[in-house]
Write a protein that binds this ligand. Structure first.
Ligand SMILES: *Cc1c(COP(=O)(O)O)cnc(C)c1O
Length: 361
């Protein structure tokens, strides 16, 4: 069934619905992370200098020419955000405008065209409206939303593509980690450095971390705690999470000002909530030396990662120069447990949305 719909004067979305929803086949009590996809996807094309051909269509394979430039030179950026089932049965989308702005910052760094806000927003809201039944209601479940953009020129040669595709699909998910994480401080590889692409959510940044991750997994760690790429002195972040430490009752997190770490929306939310709760926050350069010293003098009270997929992931152990530093018990961690409860409460509509973070679908 095709129906044309005028959503904004200039952007018209064609909607082709699935003939039969796959929803009845999904076991919502056992959803793995990122393996189940909702019925529809939103797509748009960039050609002749503007975005066009906006469509919502059944989720499915896309066909491309082997010379497609994203496959060779990596002009590919993505986003990750979530919608939650609220306590009253509604659907709450969390801070999507921030993701839109970040997508365009990534696009700029990768010499890709900006996406107009209408295309992102109208496409996303319409898609969620259509697939709203895919938002799970389990306490630890949500709908993960993956917008991404890639270069589609059929051309073997290094230059920015003239054509692009933007797609949003969604995936009902359970928890990303079902246990606290063990991180090993980077000592061999680097993720980002000044002037690089650290702040962009672009595919190559993640591809480059896969081999290092395999190596630390063999030693029993889940993730790497990245340090700066010049001197291995400053703490950056973990995989797809920003990192926070509680030292002497203060919440400390590495600054995004240097352009080396991803400007996490969970990070921003955690900082905002902590300040509101009267917790002292230090958003600055953090050295690995001070973290290790704080541990040895018994002042490192908590450590956690913050990101959309995992929300707040407790860090139980930090591996550093052959030592395994075992951190205080999770139950004793007042600040992060309180922040997590507050953040989840807002997302699920159990706590007041004082900052206008939620859009109801
Ligand atoms: C996505 C991501 C984060 C977390 O960002 P959120 O907006 O909170 O999900 C942190 N670090 C990296 C490297 C990421 O890719």
């Amino acid at each position: 069934m095709e129906q044309a719909e005028i959503t904004k004067d200039q952007y018209q979305i064609r909607i082709e619905r699935v003939e039969k929803s796959r929803l009845p086949g999904v076991d919502f009590d056992n959803i793995p992370f990122g393996k189940i996809f909702s019925d529809h996807m939103f797509t748009a094309e960039y050609r002749d200098g503007h975005w066009q051909n906006l469509k919502i269509e059944p989720f499915g394979a896309i066909k491309y020419n082997p010379a497609m430039s994203a496959l060779h030179y990596g002009q590919l950026i993505f986003e990750g955000l979530k919608a939650h089932r609220s306590a009253d049965g509604g659907v709450n989308l969390f801070r999507h405008r921030k993701n839109f702005l970040r997508l365009n910052r990534s696009a700029h760094r990768m010499a890709m065209p900006a996406l107009p806000r209408e295309v992102f927003e109208v496409g996303l809201l319409k898609l969620l409206e259509l697939d709203r039944d895919w938002v799970p209601s389990g306490i630890n479940s949500s709908l993960y939303i993956r917008p991404f953009m890639f270069a589609t020129d059929e051309y073997v040669g290094i230059r920015p593509s003239d054509t692009y595709r933007f797609i949003i699909f969604t995936s009902p998910v359970g928890p990303y980690y079902d246990h606290p994480v063990k991180v090993k401080v980077a000592e061999k590889y680097v993720r980002a450095f000044k002037g690089g692409t650290g702040y962009a959510k672009t595919a190559g940044n993640y591809a480059a971390t896969l081999l290092p991750a395999i190596e630390v997994k063999k030693e029993g760690y889940d993730q790497i705690l990245w340090l700066d790429g010049c001197r291995f002195e400053q703490v950056h972040e973990i995989g797809t999470m920003n990192v926070f430490f509680v030292i002497d009752g203060k919440l400390i997190t590495p600054t995004i000002e240097t352009g080396e770490i991803l400007e996490g929306i969970t990070r921003d939310s955690v900082i905002t909530l902590a300040k509101e709760m009267g917790i002292p926050v230090e958003d600055r350069i953090v050295t690995i030396k001070e973290v290790i010293e704080a541990f040895h003098s018994g002042r490192l009270e908590e450590a956690f990662g913050a990101g959309t997929a995992a929300t707040i992931a407790q860090i139980s152990e930090i591996g550093y120069k052959g030592e395994r530093l075992v951190l205080p018990a999770i139950e004793s961690r007042k600040i992060s447990n309180q922040l997590k409860a507050e953040l989840m409460g807002i997302k699920r509509g159990l706590k007041e949305d004082r900052h206008g973070w939620i859009v109801k679908i």
